[in-house]
Design a protein around this ligand. Structure first.
Ligand SMILES: [Zn+2]
Length: 315
């Protein structure tokens, strides 16, 4: 008696996992009549189908075999090493299998900084025929200082599950055999891109949510979401304090003493300010409304220049 856990005998017979043995028997008889080689004039396809339903019934029609099959299938889904399969290539690895590696699918530059939280454990549902929701994907997105202050878009490339285009998510081919493209998993991994809108003034570590941009579900289950945790990059010259942006600018002792015009770099533009006569290190010059935007607001803070007198400064 051969029990193949690769095959979904319930699906082959078109019965439910909790159907009674006598209902399975009735269903089998129905199918057997329809596909019996004697009544199909040697049709190859019917013969194949007949073999498959017979094999399925041998397992599901017998309480002991059925119990063993159910338990093997359940274990095979939960433990990769315990997968009771003779013909599966052991080195094959679907990064989404059992949801272990997926937090490493984040942006290339932030791989060392996984925003680690395991995916939803929908995949471990006992009943393989139940609809399951796709994975929620989470990652960190590095946002340049200026983009975080003023808003903008960051193109992001990531990998996610999509419904298998070959079998359209059924997991099986026309002959009820596991689909060769997705290996019966109903989904394949695909590279996707998303332009992430960064709201102006977004706070560091804030999580942006993109509904239905995560992985595809199974058995008609809904798509997961995608969550992007904002990681604002440090700027070499600017520092944000609430909505104000501070910048330390070195000036020569001569300019500090005599005063005069000085061109400075602000967030997204340059401007010329007037340094007052007798300026000291640590003194500030404030440009109202040239700082960072309030989160989801329009009002901007100030741009604050902090002078530092330096003998080597060329300004
Ligand atoms: Zn497929």
């Amino acid at each position: 008696m051969k029990i193949s856990t690769e095959k979904d005998y319930y699906k082959i017979l078109g019965v439910k996992k909790n159907d009674k043995t006598k209902d399975i028997k009735t269903r089998y008889r129905e199918l057997a009549r329809k596909y019996h080689p004697d009544t199909n004039q040697g049709s190859k396809k019917s013969e194949e189908t007949f073999k498959r339903i017979s094999e399925a019934y041998e397992v599901l029609g017998n309480a002991k075999n059925r119990k063993e099959y159910d338990s093997l299938r359940a274990n095979g889904r939960r433990h990769s090493t315990g997968r009771p399969s003779g013909n599966r290539n052991e080195s094959y690895s679907d990064p989404f299998d059992f949801g272990r590696q997926y937090t490493r699918q984040g942006p290339r530059e932030s791989q060392q900084d996984p925003f680690s939280q395991p995916p939803f454990a929908d995949e471990t549902v006992m009943d393989p025929n139940m609809p399951s929701r796709g994975f929620d994907l989470q990652f960190m997105v590095k946002v340049p200082f200026v983009v975080a202050a003023l808003g903008g878009q960051i193109p992001y490339t990531y990998e996610k599950h999509v419904t298998c285009p070959e079998c359209r998510g059924s997991g099986t081919d026309d002959y009820e055999e596991p689909c060769t493209v997705c290996r019966g998993k109903q989904r394949v991994v695909e590279t996707a891109t998303l332009d992430i809108d960064i709201p102006s003034g977004v706070a560091d570590q804030y999580t942006l949510k993109f509904p239905r941009q995560g992985g595809a579900g199974r058995n008609g289950g809904p798509l997961g979401d995608l969550m992007a945790k904002v990681c604002i990059e440090k700027h070499p010259h600017f520092k944000k304090i609430k909505t104000d942006v501070h910048s330390v600018v070195t000036i020569s002792p001569k300019l500090a003493e005599e005063g005069g015009p000085l061109e400075i770099q602000m967030l997204d533009s340059t401007t010329t300010i007037h340094v007052e006569e007798g300026t000291l290190t640590g003194e500030e010059f404030r440009i109202p409304g040239a700082g960072s935007t309030q989160p989801w607001g329009k009002k901007r803070g100030d741009f604050v220049v902090k002078f530092q007198i330096d003998e080597n400064s060329e300004k």
